[in-house]
Write a protein that binds this ligand. Structure first.
Ligand code: MIC
Ligand code: SF4
Length: 633
């Protein structure tokens, strides 16, 4: 029987298999600074001499604002860790991890995990690239397998050809409109169809990048002539390998999208799944426009923008910023004059980093409308809770910036055609690869990680918070200006659930030791980022279980890694039988899980019984019993 691409890659990488999960060998890892500090502290605590992967890269891209000493401390810690353990170190200024990895390291047919949910960007080149918590990345660097739920494969056929002004971003927004941000856990998307030959690797990467918002494990494209051409332009043709599905390959689900019918799209506040056509809501005034992020900041994206802006000026009431995705892109547009056209139009040129996307710079003004090319518009993520953030393509962003209003770019006139250069400008001098037995730098912001106790026999505690559907890790563990505490868990923990309830952390700490703290969530709890701090910090606050209607893959794995029990309501409607401040008890929970028996929660306050379920492999049960992976030696 024929095989699909996912099966072909997995066949070469599966090293362990149980009823509901597979363990895969990981060829490459990546970390970024905001998740990397914890990941390397965890790696150090494993006492391993050096990495066992083919390639591991540590990027510094998320927090480069350096207000206070904390970021600089983190950067130096990361630089010295990389040197000690033989890890590539991509210096601040070299670009956003996913963009640089695609340009310089990602390879067709290889497995990659990264401590960042947008790691599937590398699926654009045919790598099976998966986002994970930092601890899972640390484990993979030590040569042990990485576990995912047994995947189901969804084929999305892209047929036909995009019309002028429709772009890869509009394609992935269409995918989000179809799949929404919930209900896709466990799937890997494989792209195919006759239209993909017309899509370049960076366009494919925009599509696989934002697949993360659907909740799928990864998204992957075949590796074909277009892939070969991109790799040749990066001077990496020798790393190319063909990757294609067999004609009779089987899929669990098939979706067909006609590229000819794709129109400019927009994701409205406050979810990337809240998709409309631009023409449906155009005309709205925009106060801020930001172009960049790992979704849309390739050479082609920025050249289109520069052509749209050429000889034009941005209106005085629009704040307009552009962050090129990598130093390669920035250098190339600087050399060919594209950058000068942007500056002349009134753009503020921002560092090649995540910056605005994670809300630690460029927060928009109160009650404003911000139009952005990144991938997430969760409430408050921009740093301004009253702002409304809309996600669009670079073309829509640039045309709208010029008009001061959300505008369908088709109104602009002729669509600029970008002639790609003969090759990309390759200069890896900001990527350091050195191995020496250096002493690791630890400034006062590098605080060692707290540990958990083994799982209690029974849970007796209190519901400390009850949140609704689609609660993201940005709600649980906000980033933005707090990013500088990523390597200081005690400090960072004070801010858990801050956007939702400012008293949560304090209340939890006062219970800790007497009562077990419990979180109740709705559908798709923990969607969004891979930040393990959304589990690590609640663990530090004494949270023992999360009970929800459903929990997203990466967050569930993080909860288990830090010894927090992920439980699911057997009946969704039982969510209504439990509320904040209720006292609850789950008797003999450990024994029941050991024996695979049903779990019943007693709501003591309301005198109600609620049936709960769980899906845990033996491996995951053992991690939970130990109180987390770090306790397992
Ligand atoms: C994000 O886009 O939400 C982040 C910031 O890149 C996160 C990682 C983090 O929180 O450090 C992600 O996507 O995993
Ligand atoms: Fe950085 Fe934004 Fe991409 Fe996350 S989504 S890696 S914050 S650019």
């Amino acid at each position: 029987m024929g095989k699909n691409i996912v099966e072909k890659i997995l066949d070469k990488h599966i090293v362990d298999e149980s009823k509901n999960e597979i363990g895969i060998k990981i060829d490459q890892t990546l970390t970024q600074d905001a998740t990397g500090t914890a990941a390397y502290l965890e790696f150090e605590s494993m006492g391993i001499k050096g990495i066992k992967t083919e390639l591991s890269v540590s990027y510094v891209d998320h927090n480069t604002v350096q207000v206070g000493y904390e970021n600089a401390d983190d950067h130096e810690f990361l630089r010295t860790v990389a040197e000690k353990y033989n890890i590539f170190f991509s210096r601040p200024g070299n670009g956003i991890c996913h963009q640089v990895h695609l340009e310089r390291f990602a390879r067709p047919g290889k497995t990659l995990i990264g401590s960042d949910s947008h790691t599937p960007t590398a699926g654009g080149i045919g790598s099976l690239a998966i986002g994970a918590g930092g601890l899972d990345v640390a484990v993979s660097m030590s040569g042990k397998p990485f576990y995912i739920p047994k995947p189901k494969v969804m084929k999305i056929n892209l047929n036909g050809k995009l019309k002028d002004w429709a772009s890869a971003k509009d394609v992935v927004l269409k995918v989000l409109e179809i799949l929404t941000t919930k209900g896709n856990v466990g799937y890997i998307i494989e792209y195919g169809g006759d239209g993909i030959k017309n899509l370049s690797v960076p366009e494919r990467a925009t599509i696989t990048n934002m697949g993360a918002e659907t909740g799928v494990t990864s998204s992957v494209f075949p590796s074909d002539e277009s892939t070969k051409e991109f790799m040749r332009m990066q001077n990496r043709e020798n790393e190319w390998a063909e990757l294609k599905a067999d004609d009779d390959a089987k899929y669990d689900k098939i979706i067909n999208i006609n590229l000819d019918e794709i129109e400019p799209m927009v994701a409205c506040p406050h979810s990337p799944g809240n998709v409309k056509k631009v023409e449906e809501i155009e005309g709205m005034d925009v106060d801020q426009v930001l172009i960049g992020s790992c979704t849309n900041s390739s050479y082609h994206d920025l050249m289109i923008v520069s052509k749209i802006l050429k000889n034009k000026k941005i209106p005085e009431n629009v704040s307009f910023g552009i962050a090129p995705g990598s130093r390669q892109v920035l250098s190339m547009i600087a050399e060919n004059g594209g950058l000068a056209d942007m500056i002349s139009a009134g753009a503020r040129i921002l560092e090649s980093a995540c910056g605005f996307c994670i809300g630690n710079s460029q927060s928009p003004r109160t009650n404003s409308v911000s139009l952005r090319t990144n991938n997430r518009n969760f409430l408050g993520r921009s740093g301004t809770k009253s702002a409304n953030v809309y996600l669009v393509s670079p073309e829509t962003a640039a045309v709208s910036a010029l008009n001061g209003k959300l505008t369908d770019p088709r109104k602009f006139g002729n669509c600029p055609k970008i002639k790609m250069p003969e090759s990309f400008l390759v200069d890896d001098s900001m990527i350091i690869k050195k191995k020496a037995d250096v002493e690791i730098y630890r400034g006062p912001n590098i605080v060692s990680l707290p540990k958990n106790e083994p799982m209690p026999e029974g849970i007796k505690g209190k519901i400390m918070i009850k949140v609704g559907d689609l609660t993201t890790t940005d709600h649980i563990m906000p980033a933005g200006k707090l990013l500088k505490y990523r390597s200081n868990i005690v400090e960072y923990s004070k801010h858990v659930f801050e956007p939702v309830d400012q008293t949560f952390a304090e209340r939890c700490l006062s219970n800790k030791g007497n009562l077990h703290n419990i979180i109740v969530g709705g559908l798709s709890y923990g969607q969004g980022s891979s930040r393990e701090h959304a589990a690590l910090c609640p663990m530090y606050l004494g949270v023992k279980a999360v009970i929800a209607k459903s929990i997203e893959r990466i967050h569930k794995a993080n909860l288990i890694n830090f010894g927090i029990l992920p439980l699911i309501f057997e009946n969704d409607s039982d969510y209504d039988l439990i509320d904040k401040d209720d006292e609850i008890e789950i008797k003999d929970v450990k024994e029941k899980i050991k024996k695979n028996e049903n779990i019943v929660l007693e709501n003591i306050t309301r005198n109600k019984k609620i049936n709960l379920k769980y899906e845990l492999s033996d491996r995951q049960k053992n991690i939970l019993f130990a109180g987390g992976l770090l306790n397992m030696g």
